[in-house]
Ligand binder design. Sequence first.
Ligand code: HEM
Length: 441
Amino acid sequence: MPSMDQFTEVAGESGPPLIGHTLQFVRDTTGLIARMHQQHGANFRIRMFGQPIFVVGEPDSVRTVLLDRDKNFSSQWGWDHAIGELFSRGLMLRDFEQHRTHRQIMQMAFRADALRTYTGMMNPLIERGIEVWGSDKEFRFYPAIKQLTLDLAADVFMGVPLGPEADKVNQAFVDSVQASIAVIKKELPGSSYRRGMNGRRHLEQFFGNRVEEKRAGNGKDMFSEFCRATSDDGERFSDRDIVDHMIFLLMAAHDTTTSSLSSLVYHLALDQEWQDRLREEAMTLDSDHLRYDEKDRLSLMDRAFKESLRLHPPVPFIARRALRPLQLGGVDLPAGTSVTVCSLVTHNLEEHWSDPQRFDPGRFSPERAEDRSHSHAYFPFGGGAHTCIGMHFAYLQVKAVMLQILRRYRFRLAPGHRVTMIPVPIPRPKEGLALQLEEIS
Ligand code: HEM
């Protein structure tokens, strides 16, 4: 691992002795990133978790890292420090040829006819989930949507009604994701890291116990698809691969979708005009239940979703590590450098976005197309070989949920409720997003 001395030429700071920027990062990520960007430009150096990190927000450099034409950057080695043990052997923790083979097998579970089936499975569960919201006087969106996405994951991803296991599985996810930002990654008694690893062990058992049954069955859920999937060369996943991929996938899918739905609803609760426009569009569809073939008719919803992902990217940092000495953005980096592609910087660049702090879905209209100002001005789902494999599923799920919410409820922030967004490890509203819901008759 390179030492800090090798970086002093690079614009940026080392932060306070020993801890560097770690505490500032955990307490006020957005503030730290905005300040560093302002003082040092779109690419800069910080120091966290005991190592120097080169943060990359300038779009040309983002493209170089994400497309990685020369195989200079390891995703596995990049993510290993934060989540290597908690989400070991997940797709993002594999590189190059091995990654390509695993991704090809996994892709089978995301083909169009599978997505069509998942959409059909989700609709009735969404209806059941949201119908009780209206009678809750103290309604908080974040815990409610987290529960709903978990219920959807149980059915669509695992094909099992979770029942009494639901709370334990939910807690296991929460603990594992939260542990990914633990400063000390050791299983000390009572530590968040230990809780996270206990969560992982619980999930291993949960999935491991069900592989055989899934492989033998003809289920339509994602877990069954994984168990039966083969690559073009006839390769299959082993039992262990399936368990590892399921744990990673659920983590990757569950919290990101929960987060993006929360930030979308938050902005629509503040902006009644956009909420009305989206509702009007939602009412043009024949049913509360989204049909796969109708997904492209919700173009305003598409723009609003994109805008909330721009402002609150669920994966604000994409970790990589340089495999060899290289030049990036005019800077020489030694082999082993931690490089983090940061959409929090790029998604706010004034050269590419007009009034970047503002919620303005219209910027994604074909006439304005601010996201097209550069191939890498906008990348909430990453790019290159590791581009989010669940992107189309995420769009479908968000549209299916929002269609039903908009057709059933008008919503605004509860009186006096102030919202603070916590950006890491995955953005969420601190106080749970208290809403006032009004049923549409
Ligand atoms: C709004 C929702 C989501 C966002 C913003 C998001 C974002 C991302 C990003 C930025 C990456 C790339 C990370 C990297 O390059 O290191 C990624 C990878 C991944 N995502 Fe998503 N994701 C979302 C939802 C989902 C869903 C719903 C699934 C599964 C159904 C999923 C599964 C994955 C997997 C398996 C990878 C690893 C891909 C690879 O390494 O080849 N994600 N996601």
